[in-house]
Design a protein. Structure first.
Lengths: 774, 143
């Protein structure tokens, strides 16, 4: 052969021009290569778990007052130190906790015999530097495990983003309704145009009341506006109370711990649930990192949040997550800061919102520890809409990938907070949502919604497909809602008057919750009209058999993904004849016991027990009548004669082939299963030492069968023809076909008669039924 | 007097376990908040609000759950229920860096909240801020 230089050239045939393994060029073309990766550089703020500029943990207390914390004297405390020292550090506990060996505390975090409450009490006596030091001793696996033990609410939950590129209220309502059906416990919206906030809030409020109802809803905007929207009942929680890990970043963010503490209390005073937001690398992005490690700064943020008395945090990188993930160990750091949050007794909406990579593999890996460990809110914004419609920026998971996420839940038998939806159900909800919003808008004098707009939204996957409101059209509607002081009670009344009773009741239920304040407690959400929080659903994980286990009903729901194959569905799709009796086809008829042949150029084709009886097509979709025709024509073309025999004692390809070869006058035979797996065998060979094998039936075409038949015939002339190669392109054939293969092959094996003698088959291609021709 | 002390945790969720303990600001029980009442115009936006009593009850529950700082937040919130929205937002603005020109402005606001609204705990928080802002020089105008 002289083609060796050929195969060494690029596929284009161009000569090799660079001294480089071409695999690198292929790697260069993968989505991963869009990601940037940062080197460690503490001076520039790029250190993850530890920076040489981090202070050593320390604490001195005199007369109940903190005098030194993490190496800094009280007189030098910045605004964070001062607030943490005054409100986070529990002096009595600090004496015990700071005296403990950090390694021992780390072990307690992963010890199933040390209860969560004991560790939370210890945390109240630990400084930020010590908290960071302790979690820094844990591996990624230990962090995930400790997180599953320390997280607050037992039942996991999830939060969705519902936004769109046009601020279209109809689409917001329809998407909010779908989001609720998917099982999200919280919905967060924001705007492309800030002045559209009131319309966004109204639309999501209505949409979220459709169907199951009962989710918490927030509209992310400037603090004062958000508080007013909340006061009007058009949102039920807030998570924009951002805090930062250095004084200068805090001030640059235009706040102080005291202003944020007041805001936190203000939300509670209006019956609105609130959580803070903080995450690694925010200070780095803002340019005020003080050369400290990401984890140490985040430990400061989290101690501050507990000190402020907020019930929870949105934490785990958030906007800084991609920058954190660019650093070595960065994803482990994001998990570590989440662990500090729950260790401090905070509800944790654990990040997983910002898309940290263009690599789907990195995205899937990023979410997995959280799916395994569970979290109060696994994503602090799962993009329920399409990437381009996400006004926050693409999330880690988005509308495009919801089914992938549903599968991860099913794979690991873990509760990621989402429930599969059905097509009809979703369409019904979308219609209901836009009609409800249309009715409310009309009833409240906010305009009449054209039917065409509604229908355009109902079927649209994203705003690029809709003919509906533009941002500019929404602004006067939003202004009117605000100016007229419309409230959620007005919305309830409008829904009720227009016959949307269920939706009116759902919304009223959420408003009623505001009076008791039950959902202000840690990790609270509302399910089926009931508040569940760390108080009445506390995480009690203490080892196997404890903690959260999916109830059977929930597990059944999680399994309800689309296109699950049952035996009945496969058999129906494969045109399988019911019952073991399987009617014989006219083109292949039993003709008595098979005998050994005598022709020197005879090739026996040994077919499996169900071949053309119960089963009639290969996994590649070729009708068996065409496959046999291809084999026979190939044998004929090679100068041989074909004879067909049905084996009853085996369905295994090798033995089908070997048995056929031993019945063949030439000693060469072909074995074929109904699913299309085929072997070319010779009588004196060991069973598994065949001449040729088509093991990938789903890729095997009629040309291949023809070529194999021809090769078999040429063997009878003493030649050694070039084997037929069925090319593969790396398809995950097991994933694509094995459910079908296993069910089909069981039909074959079920028909085996171990002492059954091979049966001669009369091949009558002229008798093929018209419908068998495909 | 019962010798058996009932934990405050047993009152949670209040809407289910102790609904009689909370009322709307207008004195209505939870059970009065029906769709029929809304449609009849008997329920207004002023009914959909939390009361200081409910917040103090949630503070007790939080404290019983070992969450002292959360309880303190609820207590500050109870202080703020009666404070008008504009004054809360204005106080929030005043606490932002560089808004107050001096510690005295913050102390004056604390005094006002204490005197007019009995907001003792919020006043204390603002006074604490005044001291730290002074030490850290946060009275510099930012715009």
């Amino acid at each position: 052969m002289t083609d060796a230089p050929e195969t060494a050239s690029p596929p284009s045939g161009a000569p090799q021009s660079s001294n480089r393994w071409r695999r690198f060029a292929e790697w260069d073309a993968r989505p991963l290569r869009h990601d940037l990766f940062a080197a460690e550089n503490p001076e520039a703020g790029f250190s993850v778990f530890h920076s040489p500029y981090d202070p050593a943990p320390s604490l001195s207390i005199e007369d109940g007052q903190v005098t030194v914390m993490d190496g800094k004297a009280a007189a030098d405390f910045d605004i964070l130190d001062a607030f943490i020292a005054a409100h986070h550090i529990d002096p009595a506990m600090a004496e015990v906790a700071m005296a403990m060996d950090p390694g021992e505390i780390a072990r307690k975090l992963v010890d199933i015999n040390v209860p969560r409450h004991e560790l939370e009490a210890l945390a109240r006596g630990l400084t930020p530097a010590r908290l960071a030091e302790v979690v820094g001793r844990l591996s990624a696996l230990e962090i995930a495990f400790a997180y599953s033990k320390m997280r607050q609410r037992q039942t996991p939950g999830n939060q969705a983003h519902v936004t769109n590129a046009k601020d279209d209220p109809l689409q917001l309502a329809a998407d909010a309704a779908v989001t609720v059906a998917l099982g999200f416990d919280e919905i967060e919206t924001t705007m492309r145009v800030a002045s559209n906030s009131w319309a966004n809030a109204l639309a999501c409020t209505v949409g979220a009341a459709v169907g199951r109802g009962g989710v918490l809803f927030q509209c992310s905007i400037e603090e004062a506006e958000e508080l007013q929207i909340g006061l009007a009942g058009l949102s039920s929680y807030a998570e924009t109370v951002s805090v930062y890990g250095t004084e200068r970043a805090f001030i640059d963010g235009d706040d102080t711990p005291w202003s944020k503490a007041l805001l936190t209390a203000a939300y509670a005073s209006r019956g609105i649930k609130a959580r803070c937001t903080s995450g690694a690398a925010a200070e780095l992005l803002m340019g005020f990192h003080e050369q400290r490690s990401l984890l140490y700064l985040e430990a400061r943020c989290l101690c501050l949040q507990r000190a402020m008395g907020v019930q929870g945090t949105q934490n785990g990188g958030i906007d800084g997550a991609p920058l954190t993930a660019s650093m070595a160990g960065g994803v482990r750091e994001l998990m570590a800061e989440n662990l500090i949050a729950v260790w401090l007794g905070l509800e944790c909406a654990s990040g997983n919102d910002c898309r940290t990579s263009e690599s789907e593999i990195r995205v899937g890996a990023k979410i997995t520890p959280y799916l395994l460990a569970g979290s109060d809110l696994i994503c602090s914004g799962f993009g329920s809409i399409k990437k381009y419609d996400n006004s926050f920026n693409p999330s880690l998971f988005n509308g495009e990938e919801i089914e992938d996420y549903l599968l991860l839940q099913r794979d690991f038998q873990t509760d990621g907070g989402l429930t599969p939806v059905e097509e009809d159900q979703v369409l019904g909800l979308r219609v209901r949502a836009v009609e409800a919003l249309g009715a409310v808008m009309e009833e409240l004098g906010l305009g009449t919604v054209p039917r065409a707009r509604m229908m355009s939204v109902v079927f649209a996957s994203g705003s690029e497909e809709t003919v509906s409101y533009t941002p500019g059209e929404v602004t006067p509607i939003s202004a009117a809602i605000k100016a007229r002081g419309l409230t959620a009670i007005d919305v309830v009344r409008a829904l009720g008057k227009r016959g949307f009773t269920e939706e009116a009741e759902n919304l009223l239920l959420m408003l009623r919750q505001r009076i008791s304040g039950d959902y202000l407690q840690t990790s609270a959400l509302v399910r089926d009209g009931r508040v569940m929080s760390a108080i009445n659903d506390p995480n009690d994980y203490r080892g196997p058999g404890t903690g959260y286990r999916m109830p059977e009903e929930r597990w059944q729901a999680v399994q309800g993904i689309r296109n699950v194959l049952t035996r009945e569905r496969v058999l129906a799709a494969e045109n399988v004849v019911a019952g073991a009796g399987g009617a014989e086809v006219d083109w292949l008829v039993a003709a008595g016991p098979a005998q050994k042949g005598t022709g020197h150029h005879e090739v026996v084709i040994g077919v499996s027990p169900a071949f053309a009886r119960q089963l009639h097509q290969t996994t590649a979709g070729h009708a068996l009548v065409d496959v046999v025709a291809a084999l026979v024509s190939g044998i004929t073309a090679g100068g041989g004669t074909a004879r067909l025999v049905r084996m009853l004692h085996t369905a295994d390809t090798s033995f089908l082939g070997l048995a056929a070869a031993r019945l063949s006058g030439s000693g060469f035979g072909i074995g074929i299963q109904a699913k299309g797996t085929t072997v070319l065998h010779q009588a004196d060979r060991m069973p598994h030492m065949n001449l040729e094998l088509f093991s990938n039936a789903p890729l095997t075409g009629l040309d291949h069968y023809h070529a194999l038949g021809r090769n078999a015939a040429r063997h009878t002339f003493g030649e050694t023809p070039e084997p037929v190669v069925v090319p593969t392109h790396g398809e995950a054939l097991g994933a694509r076909f094995h459910v079908r293969v296993a069910l089909l092959y069981a039909i074959e094996t079920g028909l085996i008669d171990p002492i059954g003698h091979p049966i001669e088959l009369a091949y009558r291609p002229e008798m093929r039924a018209p419908e068998a021709a495909q | 007097m019962s010798v058996k002390s009932v934990s405050d945790l047993d009152l949670y969720p209040v809407a289910e376990k102790a609904p009689e303990r909370v009322k709307t600001p207008t004195g209505k029980p939870l059970s009065a908040l029906t769709l029929e009442a809304v449609l009849a115009g008997e329920i207004g936006a002023e009914d959909i609000a939390i009361t200081p009593e409910a917040l103090m009850l949630q503070a007790k529950i939080a404290r019983a759950a070992g969450r002292a700082t959360l309880a303190e937040n609820f207590e500050r919130a109870a202080d703020l229920v009666g404070v008008p929205q504009e004054l809360i937002l204005d106080t929030y603005e005043l606490l932002r860096p560089g808004r107050a020109g001096s510690a005295q402005e913050l102390l004056d606001r604390a005094a006002l909240l204490r005197r007019d609204y009995g907001a003792e705990r919020v006043a204390t928080l603002i006074e604490e801020a005044a001291a730290v802002y002074t030490r850290r020089g946060l009275f510099v105008k930012r715009y």
